[in-house]
Design a protein around this ligand. Sequence first.
Ligand SMILES: [Zn+2]
Length: 143
Amino acid sequence: MSVAQGIQLHPHHQAFASLRTHLLRSRRMLLMQVVSRPVPQVEQGLPTDILDLAACEQERLIDDLITQRTHVTPRHIERALSRMLDTSYGICHRCRADIPLPRLRAQPDATLCFTCKQLSEERASARRAAWRPDTSAEAVYRS
Ligand SMILES: [Zn+2]
């Protein structure tokens, strides 16, 4: 028996191969976006006019959002690709059930099945609703 015959392929092996190609393509596109971004002109210093300063600050915030997005997404792609190698890809991290293919096709880096993702979002929403900004720190500590 050859080595290839001894390997158990996941039932969704062919679909995962297609998702892997999609992830690799997404990673390549994100890296190209990072490389093609202009280098900030730090040596020019800050503008003295208040409107120029506001415009400069707005550009910096947009740059930060793009940077944050491009740094988070490639990390998720790398993790998904490594889960494909250790065969944990497509398995919910919380309940260990198979993540349905339509969900993986919609979000190839998904780590939770739809039910667990929904529960996670509901818990996060409940935590945000429970937090009251007008409550003193002492009252929050005692509750
Ligand atoms: Zn789950």
